[in-house]
Design a protein around this ligand. Structure first.
Ligand code: HAM
Length: 432
């Protein structure tokens, strides 16, 4: 039955990630984790679902909460929702545990939004992100942006544009909302029923991509003109700091981001090699009010989320971060069938060499075929004649060149020729 076939497929808007694409995920996450560590951020892991109210704080007028949330009642009648983004749960965890500040954390997590799926827009997407809680220092804004800008650079992405804006403090936003609402009222005919949405939160109309509204949005007042002196000064410091660390940016006066918790600095990175509507490869900003809204002490904060799938699409478009050609360095070919292959593989792997084999007593021809397919640089053959004299045959699979290597030194021999996967540090050896 066709219905059955549909049931045994990944649900619409979700996807499986298999090797070799998943090898790139491993690389991507490793580079992010390394960068987060260098900036002093620790990993945080929060539940994939939370009480609905946690995510409602993202803003009842946002699409993410009002249209796209996967919420449900569990068997105990609790109203829960799958995480649509990483910030709300992280802030909830902070309020619950009250760790010392500054609390600087990073995460990798799947997020769920009931969107119209298309390339770069999924119902389940993964984000790498950070949140830094406990300081309103503009230098922290710079640090957070710098972390993400450097991550894109680490990946080899070049066609990246950074947009920044400021949502100002509460007073700036109150002033701006009043003039913005007056602007929407002046276009009540065009807005029709959406005027009610504009009244609930005038900022949300600015996110719209409706072609017939573009002109009206284009002529809307800009928040930078309504910033208080303090907010304007803080924004100035962020810009100066970005220049100091060599990060190019553009001011985007209409960038308000689609979530309600933003205050102060907001930013977005666009991958210019991607199609316009899905080119946001990361974004974030300050959320100085969210901790208090969830019942914690007033605690300023800033963070970002970066879409893993979109970053990889940007890498594809720019030819950056190619998938590795093979997962292993060495492939053991067994002509002995004595159990020595098992022991040799054990030794290689424990010595830090990535090594693989074929199973089930395959013919030598098939084993060499598997060695070629594995992408390994070397084939290591256990052959009767050489084994008797204490040797194995190592074959360079690219050139075909063969060398006899003593059985007990093959791990060291391979380690010196596979420089990216060197022997692990020995106990007592100076750490790198
Ligand atoms: P966001 O802009 O909604 O912000 O999402 C962050 C990033 O996740 C986007 O720039 C994009 O790369 C990716 N993304 C979002 N939705 C999808 C989707 N449906 N499919 C594929 N990728 C997607 C946030 O989520 C905030 N929590 C960021 C933040 C952290 N702000 C402060 N701290």
């Amino acid at each position: 039955m066709s219905a059955d076939r549909d049931v045994f497929r990944a649900p619409k808007g979700t996807r499986d990630v298999l090797a070799p694409e998943s090898d790139r995920w491993v690389e991507l996450v490793a580079r992010f984790a390394d960068r987060a560590r260098r900036f002093g951020y620790g990993l945080v892991v929060t539940p994939i679902f939370e009480h609905y109210e946690v995510f409602a704080r993202i803003g009842e007028t946002t699409d993410v909460v009002s249209k796209e949330m996967y919420d449900f009642f569990d068997k105990g009648e609790r109203h829960l929702a799958l995480r649509p983004e990483g910030t709300a749960g992280t802030v909830r965890a902070f309020v619950e545990h009250r760790p010392p500040t500054p609390w600087k954390v990073w995460y990798l997590a799947p997020n769920f939004r009931y969107e119209r799926p298309q390339e770069g827009r999924y119902r389940q997407h993964f984000q790498l992100g950070v949140e830094a809680l406990g300081s309103d220092d503009p230098q922290l804004d710079v640090e957070v942006i710098e972390l993400l800008a450097g991550f894109y650079r680490d990946l080899g992405l070049r066609q990246v544009r950074l947009l920044v804006n400021s949502m100002g403090d509460a007073e700036s936003r109150a002033r701006y909302r009043a003039v913005l609402l007056a602007h929407w009222h002046a276009h009540a005919d065009l807005l029709g029923d959406d005027l009610a949405r504009a009244e609930a939160n005038p900022l949300r109309i600015l996110d719209s991509k409706r072609p017939d509204w573009l002109d009206m949005i284009e002529r809307a007042p800009q928040i930078v003109e309504y910033l208080t002196d303090a907010s304007a000064a803080a924004f100035g410091q962020v810009q100066a700091g970005l220049r100091d660390v060599g990060i190019d940016f553009e001011i985007a006066p209409r960038l308000v981001r689609g979530l309600d918790y933003y205050t102060g600095t907001v930013f977005e990175f666009q991958g210019l090699a991607l199609a316009g509507s899905q080119n946001a490869i990361g974004g974030g900003g300050r959320l100085d009010g969210l901790v208090a809204e969830m019942g914690g002490p007033p605690t300023p904060a800033i963070g970002f989320g970066c879409g893993v799938e979109r970053v990889l699409l940007a890498c594809d478009a720019e030819g950056a971060l190619p998938a590795p050609t093979g997962r292993v360095d060495a492939f053991v070919v067994d002509a002995l069938a004595t159990g020595d292959a098992l022991v040799l593989l054990h030794e290689l792997r424990e010595a830090g060499i990535a090594a693989d084999r074929a199973y089930g007593g395959r013919s030598l021809k098939k084993q060499w075929g598997a060695a070629d397919k594995s992408g390994a640089r070397f084939g290591v053959m256990l052959a009767p004649r050489e084994f008797e004299t204490g040797h194995v045959v190592v074959k360079d699979l690219a050139t075909g060149e063969q060398t006899e290597v003593r059985r007990e030194s093959v791990a060291a021999w391979l380690a010196t020729r596979t420089p990216e996967r060197t022997l692990p540090d020995q106990p007592g050896a100076p750490s790198r």
